[in-house]
Design a protein around this ligand. Structure first.
Ligand code: ZN
Length: 157
């Protein structure tokens, strides 16, 4: 179990809520995209599936094991990406990567970015804990790899 000590109270609350009540925590039969990821630093595991419909993410299935930050991040990701196109999903993945890796201590955001990121903003608290960044990023990098493989396979079709 991860200690969330040092995280802002509000962020902690959001993360624990997603950890205890994970969204989209189910398998997806007939998924179009499947991807598994592992974070050896912490032992977190993530198995993700996407069902596409007319170019949009109709549903995401998130199965994982590991610390509260990795699992909460997966839950938040599913919630944020359902209904989006794969291109939009990649934009959000990029925004989260920036959010987590921008360690200058600047507050992330313009109000616009905060609105786009919603609950995901809670992940920004993890920036100050380098070991935890890999936990928070795991679902995002796992999904990104899955999308890339899917697009390679379907390129030119
Ligand atoms: Zn972890």
């Amino acid at each position: 179990m991860t200690s969330l000590d040092g995280l802002d109270e509000l962020y902690k609350e959001v993360i624990l809520d997603h950890y205890h009540h994970p969204r989209h925590n189910h398998d997806l039969p007939e998924a179009d995209v499947s991807s598994a990821g592992y974070n050896p630093l912490c032992g977190d595991e993530m198995f993700l599936q996407i069902k596409l419909r007319e170019g949009k993410i109709e549903d995401i299935g998130v199965r994982g094991k590991g610390c509260s930050i990795s699992q909460a991040s997966g839950s938040m990701m599913a919630e944020a990406l359902v209904g989006k196109s794969l291109d939009d999903a990649k934009d959000v993945i990029g925004a989260v990567r920036t959010l987590l890796e921008d360690r200058d201590g600047r507050p992330v955001a313009s109000r616009d970015a905060q609105e786009t990121l919603g609950d995901l903003e809670a992940l920004s608290g993890v920036r100050n804990f380098p070991v935890r960044i890999k936990c928070a990023l795991l679902p995002w990098t796992t999904l990104e790899e899955g999308i890339m493989r899917y697009e390679e396979k379907h390129a030119g079709s």
